[in-house]
Design a protein. Structure first.
Length: 575
């Protein structure tokens, strides 16, 4: 006889079976989820590690470019030497022609201790030409020397300035103990492992068991796109004031440009083979250059007095009668100055009433005019300091107090300047021995000369030869002998028109008297060095300077990267 199972037991049994089924299902789902999670996590880990390495590389690249574009640098565009002892500081010297591979100098860059996803510090290699060293000349014509290629060697990019490498995890055969801490081969693979002499570096899209270096490059275009605007601002800060001072000293005139010729870097060139040298000494003003050329930055120009033009005329005060003179002779003075002596002999007047009871010896507060013609002033950026005039005898070299003084300067169409000094000395004959007879006095006149090529604030510009890439245009009305005025096109003499200038320059854009244009690096496959200005150095409106119309490029370079600096009238020194 079958007994019926109570309904309560049937329910409990069914619930138990359902629970078992549910647990089994949950176990299966959990296993699936765990498997999926593990698979996804491995993939995500790879992506995360790759991203962390890439972030570190990008930070390093940005820091290096910022270092090169520091406006306080004496060598804009230069990068620090690698760190070869793992202390975070770039070595003070990494001379020689071979590439040096070392750690990224993170302390020198101020980035913090950048590391990749494996916890390793970044490595770094630099083109020898871009090392921050006085022996290097670095400007927009400097070429990178590194090449970046893939692991197959089928695709490559040349003219690389520097590379930064994330070494990744240890691969087979690498030992990263203390003894090998500075051994590149213990961290890097393929051509990246060379410590010196390597110019080719290797990258890959996918790391493998034999190669896992991640690499980022700094190209010439990337570096100079940031450096050149800074250099233009440094030119405005450091070079422009010398031209503005010249303008105020020489009757609203600027020096003649030097002719544009092949502005090559010479035998130490970054091109191969080297071409004929044009030295700084040859950058002398040329009276035929209209409306422009390059800056006359010669450091060897001399400024002699034109013989026979110097003179001294007594114009006031109490003095005796000339017995002889004045007669003037040129003298040799310390480097950086030139001058002459003018000597005259006075016959004393012994009338107390004429000369005064206290000083009856007849050389009291003499007023005189000194004049001289100085050659070559129009041929370089030479700024004149105050004239130093002394009344002396053999033993007296005291610089006497001037009661009054005025200086006037004019400059001719041949670049010859005439300087006239009018002054009154607080001076009298100190001895009673000259009550009768004659006595001789000399005027010693010196004109100190300061050339911008020798000034400390422009040494970065001169030493790195940025003047080879800086075009200099002047209105004919503001060249020596030009009259000191100009009018907007189509008037003559024509002012310069400069389009697309930043808003901080005063309007209008049609009244500019002189400008500098930083040509920037070569664009669109143009050839350098070249004797041709148009498109090899300047683009757009700047490629046709004869029409007196120019333009400024703001922002990132495209088909034009010329950056204009207006000298006048946009300066408090040159209103």
């Amino acid at each position: 006889m079958r007994h019926a199972i109570p309904s309560s037991r049937r329910v409990a049994c069914q619930q138990g079976m359902a629970m078992i089924a549910l647990i089994t299902l949950l176990a299966l789902i959990s296993a699936y989820l765990i498997s999926s999670l593990l698979t996804r996590t491995n993939s995500e880990v790879l992506v995360d590690r790759s991203q962390r390495a890439q972030d570190a590389l990008l930070q390093a690249k940005a820091a290096l470019i910022a270092y090169a574009a520091d406006p306080s640098s004496t060598q804009p565009g230069a990068l620090p030497c690698p760190d070869t002892n793992n202390d975070g500081v770039g070595e003070p010297s990494c001379s020689g022609t071979n590439v040096v591979v070392g750690r990224l100098p993170w302390q020198s860059l101020g980035t913090g201790d950048l590391r990749d996803a494996s916890g390793e510090r970044l490595w770094y290699a630099l083109s020898p030409r871009f090392r921050k060293m006085a022996s290097n000349v670095i400007n927009s014509d400097t070429r990178g020397q590194l090449t970046l290629t893939d692991t197959t060697g089928t695709a490559s990019t040349s003219n690389i300035v520097a590379v930064v490498i994330a070494p990744g995890q240890t691969l087979g055969g690498q030992s990263r103990d203390t003894a090998n801490a500075n051994n590149a081969a213990s961290y890097l693979e393929n051509t990246n492992a060379g410590t010196t002499g390597t110019y080719t570096y290797t990258t890959t899209a996918q790391p493998s068991d034999t190669f896992n270096d991640r690499i980022i490059a700094i190209t010439e275009a990337e570096l100079f796109a940031v450096v050149e605007p800074v250099v233009a601002s440094m030119i405005e800060r450091d070079v422009k004031p010398y031209l503005a001072t010249y303008y105020t000293q020489w009757a609203n005139a600027f020096p003649f440009p030097t002719q544009f010729a092949n502005p090559d870097p010479g035998s130490n060139s970054n091109v191969s083979p080297p071409v004929t040298t044009r030295t700084q000494a040859q950058y002398v003003g040329d009276i035929t250059q209209t409306p422009g050329g390059l800056l006359p930055v010669t450091a060897t120009a001399t400024y002699p007095l034109n013989a026979g033009t110097e003179s001294v005329t007594m114009t006031g005060g109490i003095y005796g009668v000339f017995s002889s003179g004045p007669s003037c002779t040129d003298v040799t003075l310390p480097i950086g100055t030139y001058g002459f002596y003018c000597t005259f002999t006075l016959r004393a007047l012994n009338s107390v009433a004429t000369c005064g009871a206290a000083t009856p010896y007849c050389l009291v507060n003499p007023s005189f005019q000194v004049r001289g013609d100085i050659a070559n002033i129009g041929m370089s950026v030479a700024n004149m300091a105050d004239i130093d005039v002394r009344v002396t005898n053999t033993s007296d070299t005291t610089n006497r107090t001037m009661l009054s003084r005025t200086v006037s300067r004019t400059i001719s169409a041949t670049g010859v300047a005439t300087m006239t000094f009018q002054g009154t000395h607080d001076y009298s004959v100190p001895s009673t021995s000259y009550r009768t007879g004659t006595f001789t006095r000399s005027f010693r006149v010196t004109f100190p000369v300061l050339a911008s090529a020798l000034a400390s604030t422009t040494q970065w510009f001169i030493a790195n030869e940025w003047y080879r890439l800086t075009y200099y245009a002047v209105s004919p009305g503001h060249l020596p002998g030009g009259g000191g005025t100009c009018t907007a096109l189509p008037g003559t003499p024509s002012c310069l028109t400069v389009n697309s200038m930043p808003s901080y320059y005063a309007s209008p854009n049609t009244n500019k008297r002189a400008i500098l244009i930083l040509g920037g690096r070569p664009l669109n496959g143009t050839s350098r060095p070249s004797p041709t200005l148009a498109n090899n150095y300047l683009e757009g409106e700047n490629a046709t300077p004869a029409d007196y119309v120019f333009e400024h490029r703001a922002g990132l370079p495209s088909s034009i990267n010329d950056r204009a600096v207006v000298i006048c009238p946009d300066s408090a020194l040159c209103p």
